[in-house]
Write a protein that binds this ligand. Structure first.
Ligand code: PMP
Length: 283
């Protein structure tokens, strides 16, 4: 694989980042993941907009233009022959002697991008759905910033795997915030979609925003409000959204099977809608 590191396209085993990089030492880094369909990018402008927002919230400099970022994404897709999969982008504050105090202006941000091939349409999750368990949300108070501080979500997903499930939904004060790496939704018995409103406690998912827009156009009722673990257990359907899964059906929560235990009709329709609409807007 060819990867991009600070201005150069290099074979992955020749790529180098300083051991003093604050991304490595302090998780002082932000990232984005954009899906690739038919060799093209989905929702690219929205991902770049969120990258700028993350950088702004952390006072991190973005030294590369949006056009350059698009060019790097496209070049990596081309060099690696990606038809389906994703492009990962990570930007750090830069390398300096290890210190909690930093001077952003004196640092040069590091920029790394790589691709990963992955089947996105015909997946086991789409066919069979996924099982989730709920675990306490012990993350920091700025989950709206897409940082690489992913240790807790990673441990939560491991706990889910140990319990025989596929993923963990995080819970604060008895209410679901989001999944370990996705936004969480339930579908009520009367067909309304419920998802937590945006705040510091969840990531503003790009797939979330796009799906809500598509769903509203087709007259689906969306309720942006908090929902409890109990409501989730009693839901008709549930699903998650993320850039690389799109819309992923959830068929059981904490061992409680939802409806007949198969991906639900509302979820399946939304997944098809999302894929069809995304295909019309590839870049
Ligand atoms: N929430 C969290 C915690 C995530 O890590 C992700 C994916 N990175 C999402 C939500 C979904 O965001 P997106 O739709 O932009 O991939």
């Amino acid at each position: 694989r060819t990867v991009y590191v600070n201005g150069e396209y290099v074979p992955e085993n020749e790529a180098k980042i300083s051991v003093f990089d604050r991304g490595f030492l302090m998780a002082d880094a932000i990232y984005e993941v954009a899906a690739v369909l038919d060799g093209k990018l989905t929702d690219f402008p929205a991902h770049i907009k969120r990258l700028h927002r993350s950088a702004g919230e952390l006072g991190m400099r973005v030294d590369v233009s949006d056009d350059e970022l698009l060019e790097i994404h496209r070049e990596l897709i081309r060099l690696n022959g990606v038809d389906q999969g994703m492009v990962y982008l990570q930007m750090t504050r830069g390398a300096t002697d290890r210190d909690f105090v930093f001077d952003t202006d004196a640092l040069t941000p590091s920029l790394v991008l790589f691709t990963q091939k992955k089947e996105l349409i015909d997946t086991g999750v789409a066919r069979n759905g996924m099982k989730v368990i709920t675990v306490e949300d012990k993350r920091w108070g700025r989950c709206d910033i897409k940082t690489t501080q992913l240790l807790y979500p990673s441990l939560a997903k491991m706990e889910a795997k140990k319990a025989g499930a596929d993923d963990a939904w995080l819970v604060r004060d008895g209410e679901i915030t989001e999944g370990s790496s996705n936004n969480a939704y339930i579908v009520t018995k009367d067909g309304a979609i419920v998802t937590r409103p945006l705040s510091n406690s969840i990531l503003p998912g790009i797939t979330r925003a796009t799906l809500i827009a598509y769903a509203e156009e087709t007259g689906t009722r969306i309720e942006e409000r908090v929902f409890t673990v109990k409501e989730a257990h009693e839901a008709a359907e549930a699903f998650i959204t993320s850039a690389s899964v799109f819309v992923g059906p959830v068929v059981s929560i904490d061992g409680v099977q939802l409806s007949d235990g198969k991906p639900g009709p509302v979820t399946t329709r939304l997944r098809e809608l999302y894929i069809a609409e995304s295909r019309k807007r590839l870049l």
